[in-house]
Design a protein around this ligand. Structure first.
Ligand SMILES: [Zn+2]
Ligand SMILES: [Zn+2]
Length: 239
């Protein structure tokens, strides 16, 4: 299991790209979120071809803004490339379908839709309303070969996610967690809120501008981990 981040910025931190990752999971490549900077990034590095699955945390533009482009590109330019969109429940599938229908008319022409439960090893945690009022969001927990990786999605109140994790069988757990350095920003998790929850977990912050990180922030940022960034994938390809 390997996460390669395509971007680690917040909605307005375009210099760092929208937060999204390619996940190598059980021999498949899964695109986790697809904001408006993702398609250009995938194109730049010729990565559209290998996407088997697409999984979304929520429908905000910095997480879905180039999804239609990616699907159109696969359909018209990559022979035999037809990503499968995984959905955690039927209500979210309906929202996502409608979102794509407005752009693509017939989404099923460009992608398969499959319940997430059919791909064992990924758990969706419903975080409805914890990022924005009345907005459906999810965190995802990936498990394979005794390894557990958690992707928070956008979340302003992290307690429920950690309560859930504490209820799982103990296992070394890495958490990629959205983080903000502004206490006024209630849509994302203020870093000081994470401190009491962080024991027992390896936490890496993302969805932020790394230059804003204060000196007393104890959490490493994904942006500063070369092995988690796209550049590492490109280096591997060259060897
Ligand atoms: Zn976001
Ligand atoms: Zn959001």
């Amino acid at each position: 299991m390997k996460f390669t981040f395509l971007g680690t910025g917040g909605a307005f931190d375009v210099a760092y790209g929208n937060s999204a990752a390619l996940v190598e999971f059980k021999g498949h490549t899964l695109l986790l979120d697809c904001g408006f900077t993702v398609y250009p990034t995938l194109r730049e590095h010729q990565l559209t071809r290998g996407i088997d699955y697409i999984l979304l945390t929520h429908l905000h533009n910095d997480h879905t803004g180039s999804l239609a482009n990616v699907l159109l590109h696969c359909h018209y330019f990559n022979p035999n490339c037809r990503p499968t969109i995984l959905y955690p429940d039927d209500d979210f599938r309906d929202e996502l379908y409608e979102f794509l229908r407005l752009q693509l008319q017939k989404p099923e022409k460009y992608a398969e839709f499959m319940p997430l439960s059919e791909l064992p090893g990924i758990t969706a945690l419903d975080t409805y309303g914890l990022h924005a009022e009345r907005l459906q969001t999810y965190a995802y927990i990936f498990e394979d070969h005794g390894e557990r990786l958690v992707y928070s999605g956008d979340i302003g109140q992290p307690e429920a996610l950690f309560a859930y994790l504490r209820g799982m069988p103990p296992k070394a757990t890495t958490v990629f967690h959205d983080i903000t350095f502004s206490e006024q920003n209630t849509a994302h998790t203020y870093y000081k809120k994470l401190i009491p929850l962080a024991q027992d977990y390896h936490i890496y912050g993302y969805h932020c501008d790394p230059t804003k990180s204060p000196t007393d922030n104890p959490f490493p940022l994904v942006y500063h981990q070369p092995e988690l960034m796209l550049s590492s994938l490109l280096q591997e390809a060259m060897h």
